[in-house]
Design a protein around this ligand. Structure first.
Ligand code: ADP
Length: 423
């Protein structure tokens, strides 16, 4: 082609060309264009190959297992982590249609449960209908597995689904470690509780003068001991609650209840404590009719007790604790605020107060009671009701803890809707 082009140019320049040479030129140009397209196509193919190699490399090196299949459940892709997790070879499954019956074959039982999570002995849905579906599955035979599976639809430009991709995170070891830790806390807390009950009983008998008269100094000392024992018993309760949150055993029982009634009960129970610091409770009358709604009554009472108790504990003498209930406009939620006139907190504290075992450095010396679990438990309670909790605070001026809760039970997270709760 280059020779013929050169020949034509030579003839053209030397003036000795004829009509045959024009044909020659046309042919040369066609060949040239074809050559150009061929080179371009080869370039594109090599680009696609290298991109595919990159994607394959990424999938192979992914720590999480991955499987993709088309709308007919024909497996189109598995990565190395999935081969290891399910102990299978990709050549044995690629191109094959997976069905629930695969669960009957020991070799493919785990893969079948990944593709059809409802086949697992335990399955917890962790997402609502928006976005990719997230489920946690648990199985115990032949080995214990706890897997988190995220499933996304693969869609083409016209939004016609043509398959699914699943990413599987193996949470087994993580869960075993958490379990060992919370088992330790549970055993230790239970071991402490038994002698504590015995000591409390003995001190109470003395304090109530059931074993004979005591003088005022003895009475005061015994009262202080009783208060310290009550504090210790509350700490043990918090440890047990935090351990059961970790274990996923902090069980919820939902039913209709009255939030105003709960707030009044909490304020009544904490009146003596508030009076000791001359703190006044101000419960603003709500400006709307507060409906009864579905909740775990005991848990919500624990939540409000934690917040009001903190508002007293971290308040100044002669301070105030103000409680307000508001309606959220256009949404089926109510907001409850518990405000104090106490020590407040800085920006770092505001970010960390809901973390497990966090206590502000500024309270470690001044307020020795407490282990930093109350707000961690409170956040768990609010979230498991489908709500949110946050704090506004100014140092040395006071804090306002706010939480919102849905008054429509459809907003309670799907994983809380066990058959026990009839939601
Ligand atoms: P605890 O009170 O047992 O330490 P919490 O989880 O209830 O545990 O609170 C964690 C930390 O948050 C507290 O140690 C304190 O530093 C801070 N905090 C909580 N409530 C208030 C409040 N009302 N005002 C100022 N700081 C607070």
């Amino acid at each position: 082609m280059t020779i013929s082009l050169g020949l034509f140019l030579f003839k053209f320049l030397s003036g000795s060309y004829g009509w045959l040479d024009y044909g020659f030129l046309a042919l040369t140009l066609v060949l040239f264009v074809m050559f150009f397209f061929l080179v371009d196509a080869l370039y594109r193919v090599s680009n696609i190959e290298s991109e595919k190699a990159q994607v394959d490399g990424m999938l192979a090196s992914m720590h999480d297992a991955l499987i993709a299949y088309d709308k007919d459940f024909k497996i189109t892709l598995v990565n190395e982590s999935l081969e290891i997790l399910c102990n299978i070879k990709k050549e044995d499954v690629l191109g094959k249609k997976i069905t629930p019956e695969w669960n009957n074959f020991e070799k493919y039982a785990l893969l079948a449960k990944i593709v059809f999570p409802s086949l697992a002995p335990e399955m917890t849905r962790m997402s609502d209908n928006r976005g990719p579906s997230r489920v946690m599955i648990k199985m115990f035979k032949p080995k214990e597995y706890i897997l988190e599976i995220v499933t996304s639809k693969v869609q083409n430009l016209y939004d016609r689904s043509f398959g699914f991709v699943k990413i599987i995170k193996d949470r087994t070891r993580e869960n075993q470690l958490l379990k060992t830790k919370s088992d330790f806390i549970t055993v230790a807390a239970h071991q402490l509780r038994t002698p504590l009950t015995g000591i409390t009983w003995a001190v109470e008998v003395l304090y109530k003068k059931e074993l004979g008269e005591i003088n005022t100094v003895q009475e005061k000392t015994l009262k202080q001991s009783l208060d310290a024992l009550t504090e210790m018993s509350l700490t043990i309760d918090e440890l047990l609650k935090a351990a059961s949150i970790e274990d996923g055993k902090f069980d919820y029982t939902f039913a209709m209840a009255d939030i105003i009634e709960i707030i009044n009960e909490v304020l009544k129970a904490l009146t003596v404590k508030a009076t000791q610091k001359n703190i006044k409770f101000v419960f603003y009358p709500p400006e709307f009719k507060v409906p009864k709604f579905v909740m775990d009554r005991d848990k919500i009472k624990t939540l409000i007790t934690n917040l009001v108790d903190n508002a007293i504990k971290y308040n100044v003498t002669n301070g105030e604790v103000r409680i307000k209930i508001q309606q959220i406009v256009d949404k089926p939620f109510i907001k409850i605020s518990i405000e104090d006139t106490g020590i407040g907190m800085d920006t770092v504290d505001k970010e960390k107060v809901f973390d497990k075992f966090y206590r502000s450095p500024s309270v470690l010396k001044s307020h020795t009671s407490g282990i930093g679990l109350g707000l961690y438990i409170s956040k768990n309670i609010v979230q498991n009701h489908g709500g949110q909790i946050w704090v506004d605070s100014i140092e040395k001026r006071g804090s306002m803890f706010n939480f919102v809760l849905p008054v429509d039970h459809n907003y309670i997270p799907p994983q809380m809707k066990s058959s026990k709760n009839n939601l």
